[in-house]
Design a protein around this ligand. Structure first.
Ligand SMILES: Cc1cc2nc3c(=O)[nH]c(=O)nc-3n(C[C@H](O)[C@H](O)[C@H](O)COP(=O)(O)OP(=O)(O)OC[C@H]3O[C@@H](n4cnc5c(N)ncnc54)[C@H](O)[C@@H]3O)c2cc1C
Length: 390
């Protein structure tokens, strides 16, 4: 039985591990967390619409369900023929290595003064508690923003920042205290959200205006301070709390490795997700360089599709025919069920051939909830996957 070693227990890693096991491989999955965290649903933690335990799946349980071995450990280094783990030492005994460790965050001066949705559940809880504190006080100023990665723009993560922004507005509105809060949206690019398509951008701009959210864009961030954000021209956004999503950068372990990587530190792969020039090593999801149109973005649905493509290509490796290999590029799209709390949401979709925005007042929110339930039940192998619902 061939052995596959999967690094990373996020969206890409758990999908790859279960599919490899289903394809007859002996699989070991190494991750530094013993839970799989469903990031797309974490936007509701700070507005108290969901509890972290509802969006964490125990990887030991997933491993048991899908028949693979889980090792909780920190990957310290990766080279072409060796992986070093903090607790378990060296790993050299793989036939196939799949790297799915995600990325690191772009660094910013004073980032420690911000609240995050991209870290672990405790970070999102700190933001929830801060919002609760401001709500009890009865007034406050909250700034919400996201940054870019100038070296590799696919690392941008704007969708969740907009979702949190609109959820926050809706939450305060429902408490009847929205007028006591100043909410500011900020981003360094001139047209933040343009990757989602012009129609989505228009919708976002209309929402921002209709919800009386202040918007400051096109100015670089100089520094985050205890009471706000300083911009490049010296302007200060005063805030009691800042929620900021830095762009994704290459993983710090990958940056130190001898794997081929681009200038941002993302692993260079070919269309089949195989690491450039390395026969038995694959990289998927946020860890990998995505090549394609200008609007390409690292997203969870792409990480999952890359896992499927990667496993297909590994299992068809012996059939030398090039046509039996699949490409991840046909899955390149921007897909976001943008939630706005109980106001509703919009389905934003963009690929090479088409772009559309489907506005869904009220029902959009419940569809995202439904998507979350479906996603969990599929991972737990309780129901089959509904086509297109990923
Ligand atoms: C708040 C938020 C909302 C989002 N919403 C959406 C959405 O609505 N739709 C969408 O498509 N995408 C969304 N995304 C993006 C999506 O979550 C990512 O693109 C996706 O998680 C990438 O999957 P991955 O498996 O490549 O990496 P990750 O999910 O980041 O997984 C990496 C895994 O590797 C582990 N790991 C990292 N370093 C090490 C190490 N040194 N040793 C061992 N283990 C390690 C981590 O613990 C983690 O389990 C969102 C992201 C965020 C942060």
């Amino acid at each position: 039985m061939k052995k596959a070693l999967v690094l990373g227990g996020g969206i890409g890693g758990v999908e790859a591990a279960s599919l490899l096991s289903k394809s007859g491989f002996r699989v070991e999955l190494v991750s530094n967390r013993d839970y799989f965290y469903i990031y797309p649903l974490s936007i509701w933690i700070p507005v108290d619409r969901i509890k972290p335990k509802e969006i964490k799946l125990d990887i030991k349980h997933l491993a048991h369900t899908h028949d693979y071995t889980f090792i909780k450990d920190e990957v310290l280094s990766i080279s072409k023929n060796k992986v070093i783990l903090k607790e378990n030492g060296e790993k050299v005994d793989w036939d196939y290595l799949v790297i799915a460790m995600g990325g690191s965050k772009m660094s910013h001066k004073g980032l420690e003064n911000t609240y995050s949705l991209c870290g672990n559940p405790d970070d999102a809880l700190k933001l929830r508690d801060k919002i609760k504190e401001l709500v009890s006080r009865g007034h406050g100023k909250i700034a919400v923003g996201f940054g870019g990665n100038p070296v590799d723009p696919s690392g941008i993560r704007g969708g969740p920042a907009f979702e949190f922004l609109f959820n926050l507005h809706d939450y305060l509105n429902r408490l009847g205290i929205r007028d006591k809060f100043e909410i500011t949206f900020f981003a360094p690019m001139k047209k933040p959200g343009v990757r989602l398509g012009e129609k989505a951008l228009q919708m976002i701009d209309q929402m921002i205006a209709a919800f009386h959210i202040k918007k400051i864009t096109g100015k670089k961030i100089d520094e985050f301070v205890k009471d706000g954000v300083i911009l490049e021209d010296g302007e200060k956004i005063e805030a009691d709390a800042v929620m900021f999503i830095p762009a994704v950068d290459g993983h710090s372990v990958i940056k130190k490795s001898d794997l081929p990587k681009n200038d941002a530190g993302f692993i260079i792969i070919d269309d089949t997700t195989q690491v450039e020039g390395l026969e038995n090593i694959y990289a998927i999801g946020d860890a990998a360089e995505i090549v394609g149109p200008d609007w390409r973005a690292k997203q969870g649905h792409l990480a999952e599709a890359m896992a499927r493509v990667c496993v297909h290509n590994i299992t068809h490796k012996k059939r030398i025919k090039v046509e039996s290999q699949k490409s991840y590029k046909k899955h390149l799209s921007v897909m976001c069920l943008m939630d706005m709390g109980k106001i509703g949401g919009g389905l934003v979709y963009k690929c090479e051939k088409q772009a559309f925005l489907l506005q869904m007042p009220t029902i959009g929110h419940y569809l995202k909830r439904l998507w979350g339930i479906h996603f969990k039940l599929v991972k737990l192998k309780k129901i089959p996957k509904v086509p297109y619902l990923n």
